[in-house]
Design a protein. Structure first.
Length: 56
């Protein structure tokens, strides 16, 4: 799948690398800004947010 995306990008190799990096950075920013904060509201679904420090 990633090969297909990379081959379908326009331009020479250095332009495709730049576009691919921009897409990766965009996806990471989208996840960190909107998706992960939204998902953290549902803490009962994720055992990763459970903390035992300071518990009684």
């Amino acid at each position: 799948m990633y090969g297909w995306i990379f081959r379908s990008l326009p331009g020479p190799l250095w332009v495709r690398i730049f576009i691919a990096l921009a897409l990766i950075i965009g996806v990471v920013l989208l996840l960190m800004t909107y998706v992960f904060p939204w998902f953290s509201e549902f803490s009962f679904l994720s055992p990763l947010t459970d903390s035992t420090i300071g518990g009684t």
